[in-house]
Design a protein around this ligand. Structure first.
Ligand SMILES: Cc1cc2nc3c(=O)[nH]c(=O)nc-3n(C[C@H](O)[C@H](O)[C@H](O)COP(=O)(O)OP(=O)(O)OC[C@H]3O[C@@H](n4cnc5c(N)ncnc54)[C@H](O)[C@@H]3O)c2cc1C
Length: 347
């Protein structure tokens, strides 16, 4: 496995669980996009016109993560909390409220469930939300997990099951007859099959693909001092931009996210300003939130916006990427293609 983000680690777990011997190469395990992710498993809140397939792929994500967590636990790894709290979607101004109505139309056309709610009916759902917002739609199937917790559980489980960790970057991949050679730090290693899950990084030298990814940079902010744990995740359209907030344990709040078609892992002042302004407009109570940190990552986006599994069975390698805004949500599902591929190659 080349790449130890959420996709690579979930896949390594799946392969190692079937009795294969797996080696994970990554100079910074869990420090790619997975590190910045909010961890929302929110197929309904994420619907986009024309992306019904993507919605359907994501629909069972809470069930899949719960099953993965149980499996990890049975091997002595810590559990991963999957919190199915739903999403409340609201609009800031009249135009944003129209976007909420359009979102509801897309949900209906995909056969997804939601309900319209008034603030007076469920006031605690609107805890901390600006008084000028009096209604929204609620999608109860959505949930979230803490990506740090998920990555830690996967790393622990993999270590307990005897995976080999190599903290180095893979520089070259060379298919050679019945095996694949990896170039790592001036050395060569031979493997029966190689899976590449390097997120928004372009493909490793030596192999070629019809697929491509670009980086869509994003940041999430973490703070402490406002308790929304157990309440729905909040989503808002604010002056046309999307905003979201997840209430975690012990008054921790995570919100985001910026989206910039950029590669560099830096945060621009304007980007940060927009994010904070949107947050304070929708949730004025965040004014007194204690700042903890900002995390930035590069979402791996394919030209179609959909994930891909580019298999080269004759050369014994495959590239899995393009998970874009949904890599945490889709990671357990992504492992299925990988397992089928490796089993096919090794037959
Ligand atoms: C701000 C933000 C918020 C997000 N929120 C959500 C969310 O709420 N829900 C959701 O489902 N998704 C979310 N996402 C998307 C999600 O984070 C990504 O789709 C997902 O993390 C991609 O996982 P990955 O394992 O493919 O890539 P990454 O996590 O980027 O991991 C790739 C790994 O490959 C390693 N690597 C790269 N090149 C090499 C090499 N040559 N050799 C060895 N190792 C290499 C890197 O060090 C890295 O660890 C968010 C993303 C961002 C940026």
């Amino acid at each position: 496995m080349v790449g130890g983000g959420v996709v690579g680690l979930a896949t390594a777990w799946r392969l190692q669980s079937t009795g294969l011997q797996v080696t994970v190469f990554d100079p910074a395990v869990g420090r790619g996009a997975s590190y910045a992710a909010a961890g929302m498993l929110a197929p309904s809140a994420e619907v986009v016109v024309g992306e019904e397939t993507n919605y359907k792929l994501q629909r069972d994500s809470t069930t899949r993560w719960r099953a993965l967590s149980r499996e990890l636990e049975s091997f002595g790894a810590p559990a991963i909390g999957v919190h199915q709290v739903g999403t409340l979607l609201v609009g800031w101004d009249a135009s944003d409220r129209r976007s909420v109505a359009q979102h509801a139309t897309v949900l209906r056309s995909f056969g997804a469930e939601y309900r319209e709610i008034q603030r007076s009916e469920l006031p605690h759902f609107f805890d901390g939300v600006s008084d000028r917002i009096s209604q929204g739609i609620f999608m109860e199937d959505d949930g979230w997990l803490d990506p740090d917790e998920a990555l830690f559980a996967l790393r622990t489980g993999l270590t307990l099951r005897g995976v080999e960790w190599v903290a180095s970057r893979v520089e070259t991949i060379t298919p050679v007859g019945g095996h694949v050679r990896l170039g790592v730090g001036g050395c060569k290693r031979r493997f029966d099959a190689v899976l590449v899950a390097t997120g928004a990084e372009s493909l490793v030298e030596g192999i070629e693909s019809r697929e491509s990814v670009r980086s869509v940079r994003g940041s999430t902010i973490r703070g402490r001092g406002f308790d929304r744990f157990g309440l729905p995740m909040l989503r808002a359209f604010v002056r046309g931009r999307p905003f979201y907030l997840v209430g975690r344990r012990e008054g921790e709040v995570l919100f985001g996210a910026s989206a910039e078609e950029k590669d560099a892992l830096s945060v621009e002042i304007g980007e940060l300003h927009r994010l904070l302004r949107d947050a304070l407009d929708v949730m004025p109570t965040l004014e007194t939130l204690e700042w903890q940190e900002i995390r930035t990552g590069r979402r791996p986006a394919s030209p179609s916006g959909e994930p891909f599994f580019d298999a080269h069975p004759d050369e014994r390698w495959a590239w899995m990427s393009g998970h874009y805004r949904h890599g945490v949500t889709l990671a357990p599902l992504a492992t299925e293609d990988a397992l089928a591929f490796v089993q096919g190659v090794l037959q």
